[in-house]
Design a protein around this ligand. Structure first.
Ligand SMILES: [Zn+2]
Length: 279
């Protein structure tokens, strides 16, 4: 059986020296694809080098809505050179209504310029819309979109908006964090996602699972804060299979078909370049 993590940040510093060991655990646990998202030009070289060494890592490059301040002036040119050199998607990009230390107009401008590149090149795009789902729908309705579709990472919008996003090409990704007490309403929405649009993610190292479902107990280097291990994706599959009343095998099959369809432009190119796996 295969498990696919549709959105994470394996390049994050919080994994420190344990990163290779963590990746080996993912592979031995059955993780066949893991979509790694850049957040800022500073971490794109690391994302590219990880994807070069590990064939199961599927890279995306993008400017996250929390990291739009102090961007280098040539960031867009740099982004284009990364996606031209490495078969990749665009992500994580988006708009955010949770943190208030950003100019929303500038955030939208940076989001839309990256979305335009994804549309132009037909690349899958991983979108963050935390507390801005309504505005995001409006923007997606009024701008060119990639033909392959887009991923709504940690979809936290209402059930009623699912058909509208789906009509535009949206895939809905459920994070393990939604298995936490107090998040039942967010989780329940994933019962209504059409099966051909359902995906799962860890968002590791962020969005910890509840302690009882976290099998890895990974901590930051100073051993204080819990860090989400990307192999926790298996617990996410178990939770979502239970929610939808289907077997893990059925969920695994449908999520794999969905991921391969959405990420086809990247996977097809990547198959040609066949990265070598690190020993
Ligand atoms: Zn993320």
């Amino acid at each position: 059986m295969s498990f696919i993590d549709s959105h994470n940040h394996i390049q994050d510093d919080r994994f420190g020296d344990s990163r290779e060991e963590i990746l080996a655990i993912c592979v031995s646990s059955g993780v066949t694809f893991s979509a790694v998202n850049g957040t800022h030009p500073d971490d794109w070289p690391h994302v590219a080098s990880l994807a070069k060494r590990h064939s199961f890592l599927v890279p995306s490059f993008g400017v996250h809505p929390w990291f739009i301040n102090n961007l280098p002036t040539n960031w867009e040119e740099t982004l284009r050179s990364y996606i031209n050199e490495t078969p990749s998607g665009i992500g994580e990009i988006g708009i955010d209504g949770w943190r208030k230390d950003f100019d929303p107009v500038e955030q939208e401008r940076i989001f839309l310029s990256q979305l335009a590149i994804a549309a132009e090149k037909n690349l899958p795009v991983s979108i963050h819309g935390l507390r801005r789902w309504g505005r995001l729908l409006e923007l997606l309705r009024n701008n060119p979109l990639p033909g392959c579709g887009f991923l709504l990472h940690s979809y936290g919008g209402p059930e009623e908006m699912i058909p509208s996003f789906a009509k535009l090409g949206g895939y809905f990704s459920c994070p393990g964090f939604f298995l936490s007490p107090g998040r039942e309403m967010k989780l329940r929405v994933f019962k209504e996602v059409p099966e051909e649009r359902l995906l799962l993610e860890t968002d590791a190292p962020d969005q910890n699972l509840p302690e009882n479902l976290d099998r890895y107990r990974l901590l930051t280097s100073n051993d204080t804060k819990r860090v989400n291990h990307p192999a926790n994706i298996i617990a996410v599959y178990e939770g979502v299979a239970q929610l939808r009343g289907i077997s893990i095998e059925s969920l695994s099959n449908l999520a794999e078909a969905n991921f391969r369809r959405l990420f086809a432009p990247v996977l097809n190119e990547r198959a040609k370049t066949s990265p070598t796996d690190a020993p």
